[in-house]
Design a binder for this molecule. Structure first.
Ligand SMILES: NC(=O)c1ccc[n+]([C@@H]2O[C@H](COP(=O)([O-])OP(=O)(O)OC[C@H]3O[C@@H](n4cnc5c(N)ncnc54)[C@H](OP(=O)(O)O)[C@@H]3O)[C@@H](O)[C@H]2O)c1
Length: 229
């Protein structure tokens, strides 16, 4: 890989199921990864280009030291549904992340939410998803949606939200995925995609997408040739 295409990537949620695929893929592509974690014991991977640091995702002060010098922040953070209190992890952590990005001079973030954050998105879904699963996880989806709105109003931040449908623990496949900014692409991989196929493309973007680089990529995952950086 050409030197210019190697990036410094800070990964939040690196110990999670999607995060571990992302870290592996980024390292395989020659990038330098700083995994920002709360529990270093959960990531057993060792690599010359991998640094693991502990930080508090709810503290801009804690994050900014590790953000300094990074080309991009990638987040696979996830917060469980709670029947006793509102889910707030997505917005609270994103507030800290955005503040830390501003303070450390990092401008680009790619994060993930869910296709179902958009209230009308379930119309084509099977009944079991629409009337059983989604009501159970509504608190998570609502907070993800608030996080998306937070990014939409952060005009100085260059952001992309990847909205996959369901996720399965499968490595990257050779399959091409059709996606589109702004609306759901039916038949683009079914109701679930492999976590290895969630498209945090690690190639450096040479040219900005028309209309700016901010956007919510809905429906599935990024096609293999889509540059998000
Ligand atoms: N499951 C699905 O079908 C589906 C579909 C669409 C979108 N999504 C969303 O996609 C995202 C990634 O999913 P996933 O299944 O890969 O998630 P996951 O395996 O649950 O991983 C979540 C990550 O967030 C980290 N995290 C949570 N709370 C934290 C805290 N307070 N401080 C620091 N780190 C914290 C976890 O750290 P630890 O390892 O230390 O716990 C872990 O690394 C989630 O937002 C999920 O809701 C899921």
């Amino acid at each position: 890989m050409a030197e210019s295409l190697k990036m410094k990537i800070a990964v939040l949620g690196a110990t999670g199921q999607t995060g571990q695929y992302l870290v592996n893929q980024a390292l395989q592509q020659g990038h330098t990864v700083t995994a920002i974690v709360r529990n270093p014991g959960k990531l057993s991977l060792h690599h010359d280009n991998l640094k693991m640091v502990e930080a508090d995702i709810f503290s801009a002060d804690s994050l900014k030291t590790h953000f300094k010098g990074q080309d991009v922040i990638m987040s696979c953070l996830g917060f469980p549904v709670s029947f006793f209190s509102a889910v707030t992890g997505y917005t609270l952590s994103m507030n800290s992340v955005i503040s830390a990005m501003r303070e450390s001079g990092v401008n680009r973030i790619i994060t993930m939410s869910s296709w179902f954050t958009e209230p009308n998105s379930a119309r084509q879904s099977p009944y079991v998803i629409r009337f059983l699963l989604l009501p159970i996880i509504r608190g998570v989806l609502n907070n993800m949606h608030e996080m998306e709105k937070l990014l939409e109003t952060s005009e100085d931040i260059n952001w992309t939200v990847v909205r996959p449908p369901g996720l399965k623990n499968l490595p990257a496949s050779a399959q091409e995925f059709l996606t589109h900014e702004g609306y759901f692409v039916p038949n683009s991989g079914g109701n679930a995609v492999g976590r290895g196929d969630v498209g945090f493309s690690c190639q450096k973007k040479k040219k900005r997408r028309s209309g700016g680089n901010n956007g919510i990529n809905e429906g599935s995952v990024q096609p293999k040739n889509t540059n998000l950086l």
